[in-house]
Design a protein around this ligand. Structure first.
Ligand SMILES: [Zn+2]
Length: 200
């Protein structure tokens, strides 16, 4: 997926339809900066805005992803290519997120241990010791909560019973028993509780 090409295409279609960046932003209930970012190839429009954008520009979603008007003969092939590319990008992003979770976990553990050792080894007033340990535990907990958030949104949990893949809400993930990244969750499709693996 060529973001620069898509950006130029959006700019061209916008001008053809007589929109300025401002007026298009207004139609979509967005800031001018979003439109400018798309047109400079920095990012894609939010999927929630894509249908409205395409309608305003008189193009299909497939045209948008391709950065050009796709002729009907190639339509299906282009659509498949675009879908594959989107899936690949999502998978890559999820992998990066899950590695980030490891890094965060590592940093949290090292920070906590360092602060505990400092507090235990260095001679200081008792309340200083408590403050240092308190900061250590607070940092540890915040990092863990953030790591769990990453784990919740990256990829999917797969129901063991029916094979349904989904992204659960934060708190069920938080409270679920777990072994590594496999969690005991209730499937929203079949309603059964099972050990659900994290899949990308
Ligand atoms: Zn299920």
């Amino acid at each position: 997926m060529d973001l620069r090409k898509i950006g130029k295409f959006i700019a061209k279609k916008r001008a053809e339809k007589g929109f300025t960046q401002e007026s298009l932003a207004e139609e979509l209930d967005l800031s001018n900066r979003s439109i400018s970012k798309w047109e400079r190839g920095i990012c894609l429009p939010d999927t929630s805005k894509m249908p409205a954008l395409c309608k305003l520009l008189g193009i299909t979603i497939n045209d948008l992803f391709s950065g050009e008007i796709v002729d009907m003969k190639n339509n299906e092939k282009k659509l498949e290519e675009n879908l594959l590319e989107l899936a690949r990008q999502k998978e890559q992003k999820d992998k990066q997120l899950l590695s980030l979770e490891w890094v965060l976990g590592g940093i949290a553990v090292v920070t906590l241990f360092t602060l505990v050792i400092i507090a235990a080894a260095i001679d200081m007033p008792e309340w200083n010791r408590l403050v240092i340990m308190g900061i250590g535990f607070a940092l540890f907990i915040v990092t863990m909560l953030f790591g769990l958030r990453i784990e919740q949104i990256a990829g999917y949990y797969k129901c063991e019973k029916c094979g349904h893949k989904y992204v659960p809400k934060y708190w069920p993930v938080f409270f679920a028993m777990h072994m590594g990244r496999t969690r005991h969750l209730r499937c929203p499709k079949c309603g059964e509780k099972s050990w659900q693996k994290k899949v990308l």
